[in-house]
Write a protein that binds this ligand. Structure first.
Ligand code: SF4
Length: 344
């Protein structure tokens, strides 16, 4: 591992110099104003002598080959693998973060770790391992934007798809910059309450909703994930609000409803019962969504894709494994209706 400042820092994109050596970063919706020698909320962008630098460029903390179903993306090359990368750091403070050791490392431990892996090497590794996509995931890709961006540009040239697994808190400027290279995103819609975003994540709901709308307008393939946490975001009202919002984006947007288990700073709440996830799925289907999935509850039909036209099971999954795929050239193999997604 390479520690702290042993690697050369790279000047950040998307910031403005201000008076008295301060800078304003506009990579994410926090839009931090950062004084000399200080870092932003994410802990990985530092003001050095009036210039903003990223501390995580080319410094991968995780490199894995994952099934695309793990992102989760169910409507992009089912059964394929996605080369998955992350650096340390995050702009959220989620109390239930499953990756807190790396996402909160710069803030909780004051350390920035990572292995030197340049963007070109990431693309080469992805191709070498026959991955059809690169996922910028585990922590928040927005905060390592320069690294993700350079990698995505090369990947696009090499015919490898780019996927953000994100909290959706980037700015519009960031989204417009990555748009030409970004094929798909799985966006967390953690709740439909501002209170939840403030108290559980240290952020705001509104920018996430705005970005989801913008991503759809831009033609990015979007799937949405909601982690259902008992007592915090588990009412029928909230499920209905989320479902209605997703319908307004488009009934073709898949909704992944996932079960919580106690972790990090949220160990005082129980696991989410399967019945609650099923309830949310029912509400999503009733609202008019074509594809609603249950996560973290393997071995049931909530993992499978059904043709919205004929109702036949067209993709069967067990955990992250695809056991049957009856989608042919983007069509249902039974009734030949078009199935929403990226298939070829
Ligand atoms: S990425 Fe977000 S949290 Fe980090 S410095 Fe920029 S505005 Fe602040």
């Amino acid at each position: 591992m390479l520690e702290g400042k042993e690697t050369k820092m790279k000047e950040a994109m998307l910031y403005t110099p201000l008076e008295e050596g301060k800078v304003q970063c506009y990579l994410c919706s926090h839009r931090c104003i950062i004084s000399l020698s200080r870092r932003g909320i994410c802990g990985v962008r530092e003001n050095k002598d009036g210039k903003l630098y990223t501390l995580v460029f080319g410094r991968a903390i995780s490199l894995n080959i994952d099934p695309i179903e793990k992102k989760p993306l169910y409507h992009l090359f089912p059964g394929s693998t996605s080369f998955s990368i992350a650096t340390v750091g995050c702009n959220f403070r989620c109390l239930q973060c499953q990756n807190h050791e790396i996402s909160q490392m710069p803030v909780n431990e004051g350390r920035i770790e990572g292995r030197a892996v340049p963007p070109s090497q990431i693309v080469s590794l992805a191709k070498e391992h026959r991955c059809q996509s690169i996922s910028y995931t585990y922590t928040e890709p927005t905060i390592y934007f320069e690294y993700a961006y350079e990698t995505a540009v090369i990947a696009r040239k090499e015919g490898v798809k780019n996927i953000f697994v994100t909290n959706g808190y980037m700015t519009e400027e960031t989204l417009r910059m990555i748009r030409p290279y970004l094929d798909a995103a799985n966006v967390d819609l953690k709740s439909f309450q501002e209170k939840f975003y403030k108290e559980v994540c240290g952020a705001k709901l509104k920018p996430v909703l705005e970005n989801l709308k913008l991503m759809k307008q831009m033609g990015i393939w979007v799937e949405i994930t909601t982690l259902v946490i008992p007592t915090l975001n588990d009412s029928d009202k909230e499920f209905e609000e989320i479902a209605q919002f997703i319908v307004s984006l488009g009934p073709e947007v898949p909704w992944h409803i996932s079960a919580f288990y106690p972790t990090y700073k949220m160990t005082d709440l129980p696991r989410t019962p399967a019945s609650l996830v099923h309830r949310a799925r029912e509400i999503g289907m009733k609202a008019g969504l074509r594809y609603v999935y249950c996560g973290n509850i393997p071995g049931e039909e909530g993992e499978d894709t059904f043709c919205p036209h004929c109702g036949r099971r067209i993709v069967e999954r067990t955990g992250f494994r695809v056991v049957k795929n009856e989608i042919v050239k983007g069509e249902c193999g039974y009734c030949h209706s078009k199935i929403d997604g990226i298939w070829d």
